[in-house]
Design a protein around this ligand. Structure first.
Ligand code: UDP
Length: 471
């Protein structure tokens, strides 16, 4: 039996988790010495139709799938998140145990290390029970992760939940060391607005603490971006490997060996590449790219306000809007003629865009984003400033850092009226651009440097590969 390491990677079944973890899998397999089994849910595996092409590029990379316990026709959208996490625990966990135990008993190449998503803590417990080394990979930003670790403190001080009708949401929050004078109530992760006994709040509380049972932590961030917060996280883990931005590290380490972006392989939706030809025909830096990621939903009212704001700004826009975005899309309603005409003149709507390519395109000058962590990093790598309209998860806190710490964008959280959207787009695309672009260029350069030879993420990946190799 050969002694090459065999890593089993288990992502949480959502786009923003799968993509960076596929990137890590490719980087590990690029060494040629590490075997990786990437474990998707059956449902996602059937949607990831291009994944197998990666096995051709990386012969030590294999894909397997496991049930998430939900019926085939279950929508698995954000509204049903509690059902998904509960069925993963009851159905996927025992299946995962069986799979890992079989690997030790029957396989020629047993799994030597599990890399488990930071919100799949059952995998940490199973791996430890079976004596397999386990590393957690949290796909959020470090600043959000740290705020999650501070939840018990915030609860104890009686600061949660926030968001009561008469509450001043601009009041500063104490209790998240390192973010004093920065974090307002409205910037706390979205779960801080729900009741403490809500299963969703409890889920994130428990999962976060559970991660410390892993032998190390991987984060898709880079030292120069989040150094101050990483120093708070460091005592909680025996080792933290910061290896982001993973899309840029892939390009730096694997180079031309893979197509331009990871999305080609790890998209749950088929990208509409026709928007690239449209971008080719637009002036340099003139287009606002709009996308709220793979999970965010909005009411029809919000959608219409955004659309009016975009059209009224007079700027060109490319809007990636998933068909399932509207939470109350009952029946077709007439689209006002001014929106139809403004969009025909200056805009393009697609279901799903090849986002990394769009951000890298010279015609793209700004990004109206939900501040998902992958989107934020992709925007940083491309040097595109942002307008942040955060919805869930880590987005509230990411957007605060984007606007107030890194100063690479504007934050419009908790507002969504056409005039704010219009004003912010005009500001980002012209009037207020100079200062933001100075910061953007500086941070984009830091991102590029950290993934190049001698950079922190480049080095940390080497350390991770070396540590995985110690069987
Ligand atoms: N994405 C894409 N095309 C789209 C919208 C999103 O390729 O039209 C990708 C985007 O590049 C990012 C991921 O989907 O890598 C979304 O992850 P993120 O963490 O930004 O947000 P989430 O979907 O988890 O809310």
């Amino acid at each position: 039996m050969d002694q090459q390491p065999h890593v089993l990677i288990l992502p949480f079944p959502a786009q923003g988790h799968i993509k960076p973890m596929v990137g890590l899998a490719a980087l590990l397999c690029h060494t040629g010495r590490i075997h990786v089994t990437f474990l998707n849910t059956d449902h996602n595996h059937s949607r990831l139709t291009h994944l197998q092409a990666l096995s051709t590029l990386f012969p030590t990379l294999h894909f397997k799938s496991i049930s998430d316990g939900l019926p085939t026709d279950h929508p698995r959208t954000l509204q049903f998140f509690p059902e998904l996490i509960s069925s993963i625990k009851s159905v996927t966990k025992p299946l995962f145990r069986e799979l890992l135990a079989d690997s030790s008993r029957k396989s020629e190449r047993p799994v030597t290390c599990v890399i488990a998503d930071g919100i799949m803590s059952f995998a940490i417990d199973v791996a430890k029970e079976l004596g397999v080394r386990v590393i957690a990979f949290r796909t959020f930003s470090a600043c959000c992760l740290w705020s999650y670790f501070c939840l018990p403190n915030l609860i104890q001080e009686g600061q949660l939940p926030v968001g009561a009708a008469d509450e001043d949401m601009d009041m500063m929050v104490a209790g998240v060391p390192g973010m004093e004078g920065l974090l307002r109530r409205r910037d706390l992760p979205r779960i801080c607005r729900i009741q403490l006994n809500d299963p969703l709040f409890q889920f994130f509380l428990v999962e976060t603490q559970a991660m410390t049972r892993a032998s190390a932590l991987i984060l898709n961030t880079f030292d120069d971006l989040e150094a101050s917060i990483l120093s708070h996280l460091a005592p909680l883990f025996s080792k933290i490997y910061t290896i982001g931005p993973l899309n840029a590290l892939m390009r730096s380490r694997i180079g031309d060996g893979v197509p331009r972006s990871l999305s080609t392989f790890s998209n749950l939706w088929e990208a509409d590449n026709s928007c690239m030809a449209w971008l080719d025909s637009q002036p340099l830096g003139s287009v606002v790219y709009v996308s709220f990621g793979s999970l965010a939903i909005m009411t029809r009212g919000f959608f219409m306000e955004l659309w009016h704001g975009l059209v009224n700004s007079g700027k060109r826009f490319l809007w990636a809007i998933r068909r399932d975005t509207l939470s109350d899309a009952k029946g077709e309603q007439a689209i006002p003629v001014e929106l139809q005409e403004g969009t025909k003149e200056r805009g393009l709507l697609v279901d799903w865009a090849p986002q990394e390519e769009v951000l890298a395109h010279p015609s793209t000058g700004g990004f109206l984003t939900h501040s998902g962590w992958n989107s934020t990093l992709e925007s940083i790598v491309a040097g595109v400033p942002m307008i942040c309209w955060p919805q869930i998860g880590d987005q509230q806190i990411n957007s605060r850092w984007v606007s107030e710490v890194w100063r690479i964008g504007l934050d419009i959280k908790d507002t969504c009226d056409r005039s704010t959207v219009e004003t912010m787009i005009r500001t980002l695309m012209k009037d207020g651009r100079e200062e933001i672009m100075m910061s953007m260029d500086r941070i984009a350069k830091l991102a590029r440097d950290c993934v190049g030879q001698g950079g922190s993420s480049y080095h940390n990946l080497d350390m991770l590969i070396e540590d995985i190799g110690k069987i």
